[in-house]
Structures are given as C-alpha cells and as structure tokens.
Design a protein around this ligand. Structure first.
Ligand code: SAM
Length: 283
C-alpha cells in the first residue's frame, strides 16, 4: 500500500531502500537536499521498516543516489503505469465513498461519493492519517458558516470532502505546484462549479491573512513542529485545528510544540502507529 508520496510520481527509474519507521522525516530532508525528487513511502503491516522510493528520469541520476545513500536501482515497469491494477473504492464508514476509477466502484451507494484518481498527488483517502481526518469531517455536525483551511492538501481530498459535507468557505494550500494543479482538477472532476481557493504555499512561510474555524494539516511531524506558530496562527479564536501525520513516537514532541501556541487539546485519535490530535484555540 503506498503510504505517502512527496509529489506527483513521474520518471522511468526507481531508487529504493528500506529505512527505519521513525526515520521518515530525516530521509525526506536528505532527498530534498539531494534535489527534491518525487518520492513515495510504502508501509507493510507485517514489517517494522518502511520502503522509501525516489523516481528519476535517468538511470545515471538513480545510480548517483545509491553512491550517496546506498540502496538499489531498478527500471519502473511501464506496463504497470499503462495498465494499473483496478483498486476498490475507499469507504469511510457509511458516510463517504472515494472511488479511484470512473468505471469501478460506481456502486450506487447511498452515501456521498468523491472521485479521486490514483497515481497523482498524495491523498487517495486510504492512508490512516487521511482516514482519521475524513472520519472526523464526516462526523462534524454543523457546517453552516464554517470556514475551512486544508494545509498540505495533496490531491485535495480533505478540502473536497469538506465541500461535499457542506462547507462553503474553503481554502487549501500545498507547496508542490503539481499537487495544487491536481487538486484543482479533482474539484472539477467532482463538482460543476469551482469553490475552493487553491494556493501554492509553504506552510513554514505562511502569513495568516485570514483565520479559519477549522484548520486541517496532514503533514510530517517535523514540519508540524517547525511551522507550529504559522499553523496555529491560521485558527480563529474558538476554532479547531486537526493535526495528522504524527507517529506515536513523535506525539510528545508535537504536543509540546502546539501547547505553546494558546491551544487546548480536545481529543486524540489513534490508528495503528498514527496519531491525530484535535485542538481548540482559546477565545
Ligand atoms: C501526507 S500528504 C497529505 C495529503 C492530503 N491532505 C491527505 O490528507 O491525504 C502531505 C502533503 O503536504 C505537502 N507538504 C509537505 N510539506 C509541505 C510544506 N512545508 N508546505 C506545504 N505543503 C507541504 C506535500 O506536498 C503533500 O501533498
């Protein structure tokens, strides 16, 4: 199961190596410093290690990564991209269904449905960190006048789910231009008129011009900690901040960073090794 992807996956060569499950942030930084390649992390429930892959245009560039970081190189199987295996829809209880292909999974289910194609920016809805946020969005009662901000929107899945559930004021940002483009396309795929304000922005450099009643951020712990003042600065007084993408081993560090931001912890959700934290901003 692909766990997370750094950008849109493209390229014909794949560099890969197994890393310890607590080392994702460190490796993301290393890859970014090396040249910011598109990457993916794959977790398997039966393994304590995580498979890290980077996708490159040339074999020489992939081999250069092995010299720097070890690991192996293999060509990507073009057939797998041309004829990807069909995937079943992702269901969030009986409250939301996410289909990944137009022809499959159009089951006529009675609950709301989003179409988010695979193979683009992160956010098919399958990953535990996204599922916890989608479940909480589905349970959120009153959307009337709730202004929503989705930080690190990827495919736009959370912003689009919020729209589907009834939010009418939504902004969403990502620092990857490909992700923002994909998210905008996904809105057009699901709705006949645009509503979400999609923006390309680095969360670490955010300057909140507006405040939001509900801020969603599914990002790595390192980024959440580093950008805590900027992220917390987007929440309106009395508003909520839902943080996901946190490994249990990093929970304390994230808690400490956000306790310093005039926020009160309201609820903690856990799914496997992942944690989601819900905070409320003091009035
Ligand atoms: C784990 S994915 C979450 C995608 C989607 N929101 C979801 O919940 O499935 C994290 C996203 O944050 C983006 N991202 C990572 N670091 C960022 C930063 N410093 N500023 C803005 N976006 C960032 C990545 O490009 C990626 O799309």
């Amino acid at each position: 199961m692909p766990a997370s992807a750094g950008q849109v996956v493209r390229g014909s060569w794949c560099w890969r190596r197994w890393i310890g499950s607590g080392q994702q942030d460190l490796w993301m930084e290393r890859l970014r410093a090396a040249n910011g390649f598109p990457w993916a992390l794959t977790e398997r429930p039966d393994r304590s290690r995580v498979l890290l892959e980077a996708y490159l245009e040339s074999r020489a560039a992939a081999v250069a990564l092995t010299r720097q970081f070890g690991g192996r190189v293999r060509p990507l199987d073009a057939r797998a991209w041309i004829h990807p295996r069909p995937t079943p829809p992702t269901r969030i209880g009986r409250r939301l269904e996410i289909v990944h292909e137009k022809t499959r999974g159009m089951t006529g289910a009675p609950w709301p449905r989003l179409h988010i194609p695979h193979g683009v920016a992160f956010g098919s809805g399958e990953h535990a960190t996204t599922r916890m946020l989608l479940g909480a969005l589905a349970r959120h009662g009153d959307w009337n006048e709730t202004a929503v901000l989705d930080l690190g929107t990827g495919s736009g899945v959370l912003a689009l789910a919020a729209r589907l559930f009834g939010a009418r004021k939504i902004a969403a940002t990502d620092f990857a231009p490909d992700a923002v483009r994909t998210a905008r396309q996904n809105e057009a795929l699901n709705f006949s008129t645009p509503l979400v304000r999609w923006r390309c922005a680095d969360v670490k450099r955010l300057r909140a011009r507006a405040r939001y009643d509900l801020v969603l951020a599914n990002l790595f712990s390192g980024i959440l900690c580093e950008a805590a003042p900027q992220v917390a600065g987007c929440v309106s007084p009395g508003g909520e901040l839902w943080l996901s993408g946190i490994l249990r081993s990093q929970e304390e560090e994230v808690m400490a960073a956000y306790r310093r931001q005039r926020l009160q912890l309201v609820r903690t959700f856990r799914r496997g090794k992942w944690v989601m934290l819900q905070w409320r901003s003091r009035l």
